[in-house]
Ligand binder design. Structure first.
Ligand SMILES: N[C@@H](CCC(=O)N[C@@H](CS)C(=O)NCC(=O)O)C(=O)O
Length: 205
C-alpha cells in the first residue's frame, strides 16, 4: 500500500517566503511532501486549498494554511521541538515585532529587486538601501550565535532566506559587516539549513 504524506507544502523553489517555511520544516525534521510550484502557476489542488493561489501553502489533512508567518507559527505549535519562539510573552512579542520589521524593512526591498516589473533605477535604489541597512545593523550580530538570541528562532528563519539570496540580488556586503558575514557563514553551514534548500537555491551560491 502506498504511504501518503499527511503534510503537503506547496512551494516555489526560488521564493524566499517559501524558503522560510521549508527552513522551519527542516529545523523540526518534519516529514513533508514538498510540491514544487513554478512562479505564476497554480495547480488545481493548490487552488482548492488556497483561494489566493499563493505559495507557500501548507495542507495538513483538512487544514489549509497560507501566509508564511501564519504557516511558520502553526508549525511551531504543531511540532514543538525545537521551539522556535521564546516561552515568555514579552520575548515572544519582541520576536514577532522583529519578524514584522524584517518584512517591512528588508523583504519589501528584496521583492522590489526581484520584481520583473520594477524599473532598473528603482531596483538599484532598493539594492543600495538593503546593503546599507544590513551593514548598519551588523553589530547586532556580534554577541549572540543567532539574531539577538542564544537559540535559533523564527526571526532567523525569516532572515536567512534573504541573506542566502544576496548574490542573486547583486549585493555584496562590505568588510565592516563582518559580524553579519560570520553569522551567515555559521548558519549556512548548519545541516537543517542545507536540508531546507531546493536545487534552485543550492545554485544561488
Ligand atoms: N506575504 C505572503 C507572500 C506570498 C506570495 O505573495 N507568494 C507569491 C510568490 S512570492 C505567490 O504565490 N504569487 C502567486 C500569485 O500571487 O498568484 C507570504 O508571506 O506568504
Amino acid at each position: 500500500m502506498a504511504v501518503t504524506n499527511r503534510l503537503t507544502c506547496y512551494s516555489d523553489p526560488a521564493d524566499h517566503y517559501c524558503h522560510r517555511v521549508r527552513l522551519v520544516l527542516a529545523e523540526k525534521g518534519v516529514n513533508v511532501e514538498i510540491v514544487e510550484v513554478e512562479a505564476g502557476r497554480c495547480p488545481p489542488k493548490l487552488a482548492e486549498a488556497n483561494p489566493y493561489g499563493t505559495v507557500p501553502t501548507l495542507v495538513d489533512r483538512d487544514l489549509a494554511l497560507y501566509e508564511s508567518s501564519v504557516v511558520m507559527e502553526y508549525l511551531d505549535e504543531r511540532y514543538p521541538h525545537p521551539p522556535l519562539l521564546p516561552v515568555y510573552p514579552v520575548a515572544r512579542a519582541n520576536s514577532r515585532l522583529l519578524m514584522h520589521r524584517i518584512q517591512r524593512d528588508w523583504c519589501s526591498l528584496v521583492d522590489r529587486i526581484l520584481d520583473s516589473r520594477s524599473k532598473e533605477a528603482d531596483k538599484a535604489q532598493a539594492r543600495k538601501e538593503l546593503r546599507e541597512s544590513l551593514t548598519g545593523v551588523s553589530p547586532l550580530f556580534a554577541d549572540k550565535p543567532f539574531f539577538l538570541s542564544e537559540e535559533l528562532s523564527l526571526v532567523d528563519c525569516c532572515l536567512l532566506p534573504v541573506l542566502w539570496r544576496l548574490p542573486l540580488l547583486g549585493i555584496e556586503l562590505p568588510r565592516p559587516a563582518k559580524p553579519l558575514l560570520d553569522y551567515m557563514e555559521r548558519q549556512f553551514a548548519r545541516e537543517a539549513f542545507r536540508a531546507s534548500l531546493s536545487s534552485v537555491e543550492r545554485d544561488m551560491r
